[in-house]
Design a protein around this ligand. Structure first.
Ligand code: ADP
Length: 585
């Protein structure tokens, strides 16, 4: 049967019209659309799609992505990326979505949200791949900008939060440091303040006498207490070129880090690595040491350590310096406070000892005077010898009183640096003999033998009356603490130095008191058993040092004491350091 005329053309026309509509839709779509065959060859691409790769219609048909990548240097990478993404779409076996970025010759790039739909023949062979892109460059960039701003805001917030934490830390530190004037407690507070805010371990090292460094306080995170204890003995070597000694010497902060390949921090241990196992066990990998500065003086160093590598940045150094400054100030205040407390205590003790000391001879003197007065008022005559002995006793007490007052005056003069030496050529041996002869009566009374040995005159340029005071004070003590055993005084010379020694065999001095006996008001015996102001040896040392000399003591409890004075025979150097420092001690 022949089909009715006009029927077929109508269907064809409709199909053509549909095709045309589809084609128009395909061509005018602002979104790129591509159609590839099962081998990846480009079959169709609309205008928007060609534009992405700056292709013309003639360029692409029948070519695969890899062939196109050979053809265009600029888009090579982009074509290869498309090929790989196509492979993923085929492997997925169904419509899949991907983001593709295509760089553009103007320097920017276009970003597409791409849907790839693979079609298969019934037997599973690849038939064609439909690729629909939607440009999301603007949205993507807006999202990126939003993320960047968000990150920026988060960072700013973190910085502000960190600044708040730091200033809160310093405020707490100041509050706690101001809370106590106890020196030891302040040291420990300083160490504990820093843990864990500035590290897991902290040490306070102080410079002591003769520049030696000692570890004054240590704090560590609880889990490290055992190892940290070992590091308490790890005192920094003040002679070391690096490490904590360097910080104390230069007054500058130092950040320590292990050298490449090193696990521990040798700079934390100056004892040939003896404590390195503890440093290792604690896992300390970075440290920061800052000086403790107060009133222009480096008192020591505050050292912090952490298990984190590169823990200490510039802002941590600044924070630790700030903490150390506050800590040093608090420590200095606590030290001054305890010194002033000690001075007040010594003054109070001195006042009570002084009034006791003055009262004893005064009472004896008053008693003698009363007895004489009573006899005189009843008109009774006293035998001459009794009268002489009573007046001698009165004189002795009067002399004792005046000696005590002289000592007090000397001390205040020495302290006010008002002692002027009047130098003259003199013989030390002769002077010592003269002073010893003044003690004859007392030696007799106390039954104490004294021998004085001086083989030849010992000449020098000294202040006679001041050296008389030195010998008087030493003899006084030798008799007072000598337990009536023989006393030996010896005067000689060793080259340019004159040497005078006073040796007794008395009660001796306990070793722990020896370092203090030359201090003001310092005594090594109880006031109940022995009178005294604790000033005699202070005056001895000050006067000897004013002459540029030294005084040395050797003593064994129960066996006796020897004081040795050495004086330069040429007299003190003018304005010599030793005489000045003597006055300031
Ligand atoms: P004091 O007035 O107490 O004797 P000093 O300054 O002369 O004061 O001596 C200080 C302390 O040193 C004394 O209190 C005493 O304990 C001790 N001391 C001084 N000389 C001797 C000595 N020869 N033997 C034992 N102790 C001594």
């Amino acid at each position: 049967m022949i089909p009715a005329t006009g029927q077929i053309p109508l269907e064809e026309e409709e199909s053509r019209a549909r095709e045309e509509r589809l084609h128009t839709l395909f061509e005018t779509s602002p979104d790129p659309i591509y159609l590839k065959d099962g081998e990846g060859r480009w079959l169709e691409a609309n205008e928007a799609g060609l534009q992405v790769f700056r292709l013309s219609k003639a360029d692409y048909r029948g070519r695969t992505d890899l062939e196109l990548s050979e053809f265009d240097d600029f888009f090579r990478e982009a074509f290869i990326a498309c090929f790989e993404s196509d492979q993923r779409a085929w492997a997925a076996g169904r419509a899949s979505q991907q983001v593709e970025v295509v760089p553009q010759p103007d320097g920017g790039s276009r970003i597409f949200d791409v849907i790839k739909v693979p079609l298969f023949y019934p037997d599973g062979r690849r038939k064609s791949l439909i690729i629909l892109g939607r440009e999301v460059t603007l949205r993507y960039k807006a999202e990126q900008e939003r993320d960047r701003l968000l990150l920026q805001e988060q960072e700013a917030r973190a910085v502000a939060e960190e600044a708040r934490r730091r200033s809160e830390f310093l405020a707490t530190a100041s509050r706690r440091l101001a809370g106590s004037l106890d020196y030891e407690a302040t040291l420990s507070t300083v160490a504990w303040l820093a843990v864990p805010f500035l590290g897991e371990w902290c040490a306070v090292d102080l410079v002591g006498e003769e520049g030696r460094i000692h570890r004054a306080a240590v704090a560590a995170a609880p889990s490290w207490t055992e190892h940290a204890r070992q590091l308490e003995d790890c005192t920094p070597d003040s002679q070391a070129a690096r490490g904590i000694a360097e910080v104390i010497r230069t007054g500058n902060p130092v950040v320590f880090a292990p050298l490449p390949g090193e696990e521990a921090l040798p700079s934390l241990c100056d004892h040939g690595g003896a404590h390195l196992p503890a440093v290792q066990a604690m896992g300390l990998r970075s440290a920061l040491s800052v000086p403790l500065l107060a009133r222009g003086r480096t008192m020591g160093a505050l050292t912090l350590a952490s298990a984190r590598r590169d823990r200490y940045r510039d802002e941590d150094v600044a924070l630790a310096m700030d903490l150390a400054w506050r800590a040093a100030l608090a420590m200095d205040n606590a030290r001054l406070y305890s010194e002033s407390q000690e001075a007040i205590r010594a003054r109070d003790e001195f006042l009570s000892v002084a009034s006791h000391e003055l009262r004893t001879p005064l009472t004896a003197l008053m008693l003698s005077v009363q007895r004489l007065l009573r006899r005189a008022s009843v008109g009774s005559e006293l035998p001459r010898t009794t009268l002489v002995s009573m007046l001698e006793g009165t004189q002795r007490q009067g002399r004792r009183l005046s000696q005590l007052l002289d000592r007090l005056l000397d001390v205040s003069r020495l302290q006010a640096r008002r002692v002027q030496l009047e130098l003259e050529e003199m013989d030390l041996a002769e002077m010592a003999r003269d002073v010893a002869s003044l003690f004859e009566e007392e030696l007799r009374r106390t039954d104490t033998p004294l021998t004085l040995r001086a083989e030849a005159p010992v000449l020098g340029r000294w202040d006679r009356s001041r050296l008389e005071q030195v010998v008087t004070n030493l003899l006084n003590n030798a008799i007072k603490y000598g337990a009536e055993a023989p006393i030996e005084v010896e005067i000689g010379a060793e080259g340019e130095m004159a040497v005078l020694s006073v040796k007794d065999r008395g009660i001796g001095i306990a070793p722990e008191r020896l370092p203090f006996i030359f201090g003001r008001f310092e005594r090594a015996v109880s006031t109940r058993h022995y009178g005294g102001l604790g000033l005699g040896l202070y005056i001895v040392r000050q006067l000897v040092e004013l002459h540029g000399g030294t005084v040395h003591v050797e003593s064994t409890p129960g066996q006796g004491t020897t004081f040795t004075v050495r004086l330069p025979r040429s007299g003190p150097l003018r304005g010599s350091v030793s005489s000045r420092s003597a006055l300031s001690s």
